[in-house]
Every structure is written in C-alpha cells, then in structure tokens.
Design a protein around this ligand. Structure first.
Ligand SMILES: [Zn+2]
Length: 270
C-alpha cells in the first residue's frame, strides 16, 4: 500500500511534469473508483492550469483556479506521466492530457483510490478533521504528550489515529516505536513527555529517510515500463515477528493491537 513517503515521492516526481501545465482533456474509463469520480473532474478541470501539486496526509491535490482535484492512491494506485502513444493497460482508469502533450495516467487495480473535487476556498470533508503533518514543526513530542493525557488506548493505536497526526501507518508506527524503545501496547496516557519527544523525533527521522530514499527511485514512478515504484523498506520490527531483535537478539513478539498486526521487542521496548 502506498504510504506517506510513496505519496510524497509521487508528488515530487509529478511536479516537474504537471506544474504550470493546462489540462486539455480528461478521459474516464469508468465512472467510479472507491467512490464515484466527481463530476467536476470532467466538467470543470479541462482548460484549467495546475497552479500547485500538494500533499495532505496521503491525499494529493492538483490546485487550479477553479478548485482542486483530490486524489488518493488507495491500496494499489499509481500515477504516471506518459507519452500519449503509450498503450492503455488494464486498470488505467483515468487520463488527464496536458498541454505538453503528455498524459497523467491513474492506474488502480483494486480501486480503493479516489478522484474527488474540492471547490476553491473550501476544505473537503475528508481533509477537515486531520491532525498535523508529521514533518511539520507543530508535530512534536509536546503535541503527542498533551493530546495523550487521559487516554488509555495503546500508544500504537494513538499514533496511527489520523486526528492526532496524519500519515503514520502500520509500518512506520511499528518502526518508530521500536526506534524510540516504547512498547506499542503501553497506554498512550502513561508515557512521559521526554519519551514522546523521542518518539516524535523518530517518526520524523524514519519518514524523512523513506522520502529521501524514494527520491532515488523517482524514475520508476514516471517510467512507462517501471513497476509502481514502492520502495523496499529497511525494517527492524514490522513483519519480523518471531525473528531476533536486531538490537538485542530477543525473539520479537507479535500480537494484534487495535486489530493491526504488531511486532515489538519485549526487552528493548517498554
Ligand atoms: Zn531487543
């Protein structure tokens, strides 16, 4: 599944091809993805110039004068910029032809993605209640500390709550908690300010590193023949239940926490 780093890498990879371009035409090969594709994508977007391409949580926004196309890659989506003669493949659901002659093509085999519309000056309902971006300065240890007081949910569940902070999925929650030495099952409300400072720093470090590495595989995102380009993770905990802890060698424990598979080291993480 594309996580925040893949979405950010997609944004950065698309920007040079899409920014400042006018969208000449839009082809929808089906009316819906996870939800019906917004009518404005066909009726308003053609003729509009892309003023900015932004990411909010795992959503991408193509900003124009009239409003923003709001995309989500879902479980399996990818966006590529292609020459117009590249044949359409299975699951290529949407084409946006740019005034450069290139085509921005949205492929999504499982159709958990979406293509919606945010009118200018409004915030779409999907974006309204989101917490801060993990790489923004407002996200720090104090944010986690004050938001967690009185909470009895496991800290991993708390960290993955999009109202607390966006874009920390199962993989990055597991890795950040491992790096910070915090047990994922500890009550969120019983973790000190100092330990939350460490956790916030690890979330930032791990996400920034994944984005940096994604930048090195950027070509895969836009090449016609490349795989979607979701990069290999260097994982210490996630998916390694029963294997030795990379720090101390203890067998990593695995359990469901908030219905999500969770792995941690019972010795290094308290
Ligand atoms: Zn360990």
């Amino acid at each position: 599944m594309p996580e925040l780093p893949e979405v950010e890498t997609t944004r950065a990879g698309l920007a040079p091809h899409v920014l400042g371009r006018t969208i000449r035409s839009v082809v929808l090969r089906r009316p819906d993805l996870r939800w019906p594709i917004a009518g404005e994508v066909s009726s308003v977007l053609p003729g509009q110039r892309v003023e900015a391409i932004r990411r909010r949580a795992k959503y991408l926004l193509l900003d124009t004068d009239a409003g923003s196309a709001l995309l989500h890659l879902g479980m399996s989506g990818s966006l590529r910029v292609l020459d117009p003669d590249v044949p359409v493949r299975a699951h290529d659901h949407v084409d946006m032809t740019l005034d450069s002659g290139q085509v921005l093509r949205f492929n999504d085999p499982r159709r958990f993605g979406c293509l919606l519309w945010q009118p200018r000056g409004e915030t779409h309902a999907l974006l309204r209640d989101l917490g801060p971006e993990p790489l923004d300065d407002v996200f720090d240890g104090d944010h986690l500390f004050f938001a967690s007081r009185g909470r009895r949910a496991p800290v991993k569940t708390f960290l993955m709550d999009q109202r607390i902070v966006v874009g920390v999925g199962n993989i990055y929650a597991a890795e950040a908690l491992f790096a910070a030495g915090i047990s994922p099952v500890r009550d969120a409300g019983r973790i000190s300010r100092e330990r939350y400072a460490r956790l916030a720093a690890e979330v930032k470090r791990i996400l920034a590193y994944a984005i940096h590495r994604g930048g090195t595989t950027l070509r895969d995102f836009i090449s016609p023949d490349g795989a979607p380009g979701y990069f290999e993770q260097e994982l210490s905990a996630y998916g390694r239940g029963g294997l030795p802890c990379p720090a101390c060698g203890t067998s990593l424990r695995q359990a469901l926490v908030g219905q999500r598979a969770t792995v941690w080291c019972p010795r290094c993480q308290r």
